[in-house]
Design a protein around this ligand. Sequence first.
Ligand code: URA
Length: 432
Amino acid sequence: MIRPAELIEQKRDGGEHSPEGLAELILAYARDEVPDYQMAAWCMAVYFRGLTVAETDALTDAMIRSGETLDLGAALGRRVVDKHSTGGVGDKTSIAVGPIVAACGVPLGKMSGRGLGHTGGTLDKLESIPGYRVELTTEELVAQLRDVGMAIVGQTANLVPADKKLYALRDVTATVDVLPLIASSIMSKKLAAGADAIVLDVKVGDGAFVKTLDDARALAEQMRQIGVRAGRAVTCLLTDMDQPIGRAVGNALEIDEARDTVRGDGPGDFTELVLEACARLLAHSDLGIDVEEGRRRAETAVTDGSALEIFERWIRAQGGDPDPAALERAPVRRPVPASRDGIVTRLGALAIGTAALELGAGRRTKEDAVDHAVGVLCFAKRGDTVLAGDDLAEVHARDDASADRAVEDVLAAYELGDEAPPERGIVLDVVG
Ligand code: URA
């Protein structure tokens, strides 16, 4: 039997765990045999000392072994592709990517999480659709993938339970932004769900857990290597999280924007991210096409209406009403006017994410309820020219007091200058 204190001490002093010792620690924690305070101390030791490649592999493997695994590929008799994001502000990418990829003939069954901190979670966004069921049995999931080609569900209780516990603990002990812990958290879930190929959207910037391009590259490489060692194909997109993605931040508002994008009417940066992710997923699929052909087919699915058709069938299949009129709307809407003429030189993603959180779009603790209707629409983005009095953004709030506060917060997130900032696309680099 391991003694957790010995492992904490070993890591604190810069030592390397044996794969067996590390696996025992993680499995014992998942069985509630190691208290949170010791696990928190271990996470903090990892924050300062890191994990070796062998330790990261052992951690990932133990996380997978803490619960059940799925083999969607075997159930469908096909190669299965999956995507995951490291977490961002206004990140509704999976909600738009899934229907497009499915319309191209490639099933996408995705397990998603809830938002924590200033980043939103895909499940919370989907739950703003009245009736949408996030829990499907494995049989229902497989049947829906056969029938519609797409599903987004919550992580089942038994899939990587060690990550569920550890992630919640990391969230409240300032140990989320630790590269090997992020890498094993994400990859354990993707490997346990049985994906053959994985496209990872690694967010980098002020609204992401990873702030610099160098760290994002290092994280991407760690995740790719974990996947490759497990015999899976992995491509990582490194994408800009210095400003919110698209315009919408807030649950129902993001559903609107995802739907608009699926039918070819989305904001430019978000559309680019979605099409790039689709192209990479299709290139990894069993269609036998390259990235350029994947991109072409994804664009066609958007323009010919087939992606929108899948979007609506998918929402209905999971019990939801796909009509945008069914979404709850916030009672108070406030414009955020520009105070001067100028060019938007900066729009802080963290500040907008935090403003949306304060409005009630996210949770401060795991127990908080989410207000699906509230959020922020950012009309002006980095590089846009505005005149004094133009609407930079619009706040959607539950009441006047929270709207007043949010208008100030959103205004403070914008910096206006006289010179255009350097142009930068949303996809900064591709690894693998
Ligand atoms: N997303 C995850 O699933 N895990 C992390 O550790 C960070 C982002």
